[in-house]
Design a protein around this ligand. Structure first.
Ligand code: AMP
Ligand code: MG
Length: 422
């Protein structure tokens, strides 16, 4: 470590700073302050996608509710399977899905059966139709079958009374189907998290306005809107706040009045026109405001009254990465979710990655398969924290740990894929 280095104010592009908090420590500090919201509501299962279950769901039924066939074929008593040679049985009826055959199946007889149909009384085994020789009302099959085969037992998927979904789970399409299969039409979920957000910067213009010299369009509010909507938050877009002390104070007060969480972008460093950290200090509590990472070093976390506060950097890529690494897991936890880790993979990296030790770096990567079908990753190109294009081209983040001082082609790296199936 170089302690003689002059300590400078953080910005997205800065190098090592001994006063910055390691990523793990920043995550732990955030985690230790989080207290999930307590409001609940009942919703119809169709509206429950992505909502967080507020209580365990137990099954009121056995699934399947009755023992049934897993195949189209013939329902027999397993004792009729010959020990060698073949056996012939008479087909005395058909059990259809939804139209059971109710007669007892006696010795030397069997029933035709369709997938999902109830097993007729006296049967416990299904022979696939492809495995019999059918002649008129008779079938013949050999000794290669086993008693009990091709049958789904009542309660095999879910036993009555069993907990099938635990509270704290984010409800997936499969969960909704499962609830429907139990005849459950409504579930109790946590209310949506209210998140207020605004951009700061005199240089920001709204879409539709002309761009005078030195001005840029505000993109961060749109990215944030997308990321928050995908998380299922109630979003409160407060627009652009000028780099003016009083305006910033007012925006903080308004946001704290209406939201569980406040997110800002820009103005969090200590430049002449950066009022975010100063305001957080004045009207709230700063927990930390510098993290040893790139991009995203100036990142303020704290409280304003009852609201949690995240002051993200201004650079568009830094906004997204600090959101995914710090804000998203926090919002999920506040929403009542119990499991919030991101899935990571270790794969060989094809590119040379330049990096300084002493901070964690999140580079933008493209995860793909080579012609042998093995996963590999390469970087998207220029990695500047203002190059939002590097995020649109990427499908993963490459995580380079604190101690790493760069990567040569062929080295394994950790990646966080942007999306998985849910
Ligand atoms: P700041 O942290 O406010 O100094 O901003 C750092 C960089 O990010 C500057 O180049 C800003 O112009 C840019 N920036 C800040 N806010 C936004 C925004 N909402 N949309 C796009 N770029 C922004
Ligand atoms: Mg600014």
């Amino acid at each position: 470590m170089n302690d003689s280095r002059i300590q400078t104010a953080p910005s997205c592009g800065d190098d090592y700073d001994p006063a910055s908090l390691p990523v793990e420590m920043a995550l732990a500090r955030i985690e230790s302050t989080l207290d999930p919201i307590r409001g609940f509501e009942k919703v119809a299962i169709r509206s429950a996608l992505g909502r967080v279950l507020a209580q365990d769901v137990s099954s009121t039924l056995n699934v399947p509710g009755y023992t049934n066939s897993a195949m189209d074929g013939y329902a027999i008593n397993g004792a009729q399977i010959p020990s060698k040679g073949t056996r012939e049985l008479q087909v005395i009826g058909t059990s259809w899905a939804g139209r059971p055959f109710r007669d007892e199946i006696a010795e030397d007889t069997c029933a035709r059966i369709m997938t999902g149909a109830v097993m007729p009384p006296g049967t416990d085994t299904v022979i696939m139709q492809e495995h019999v020789e059918a002649q008129g009302e008779h079938i013949r099959f050999d000794a290669s079958h086993h008693p009990g085969q091709n049958v789904r037992q009542a309660g095999e998927d879910i036993a009555k009374g069993e907990v099938v979904l635990t509270k704290g789970k984010s409800i997936s399409p499969a969960d909704i189907g499962l609830l429907a299969s139990l005849g459950t039409g409504e579930v109790l979920v946590h209310r949506r998290l209210r998140v207020a957000f605004f951009s700061t910067g005199d240089e920001l213009r709204a879409i539709g306005e002309p761009l005078e010299e030195g001005m840029i369009y505000d993109s961060n509010r749109y990215t944030l809107h997308g990321m928050l909507t995908r998380l299922g938050a109630d979003v409160i877009d407060m627009g652009v706040i000028k780099d003016v002390r009083e305006d910033t104070l007012e925006a903080f007060a308004d946001a704290a009045n209406c939201a569980d969480v406040i997110i800002t972008s820009g103005g969090v460093s200590v430049g002449e026109a950066d009022y975010v950290k100063e305001t957080l200090d004045k009207v709230g509590k700063v927990n930390f405001w510098k993290v040893a990472m790139k991009p995203g070093r100036p990142l303020a976390f704290g409280r304003v009254n009852d609201a949690y506060f995240f002051g993200l950097p201004g650079n568009p890529v830094s906004v997204m990465i600090t959101f995914y690494i710090f804000v998203q897991p926090a919002l999920r936890k506040l929403s009542g979710e119990s499991k919030t880790e991101n899935l990571t993979l270790n794969v060989p990296c094809l590119s040379t990655l330049r990096k300084r030790s002493g901070r964690v770096e999140f580079q933008r990567g493209i995860l793909e398969r080579n012609d042998k079908g093995q996963h590999q990753v390469r970087k998207t190109g220029a990695q500047g924290s203002g190059i939002l294009h590097s995020m649109t081209k990427a499908n993963c983040l490459i995580v380079l740990p604190l101690a790493s001082s760069g990567v040569e082609p062929g080295t394994e790296v950790e990646v966080i894929p942007f999306q998985g199936l849910v």
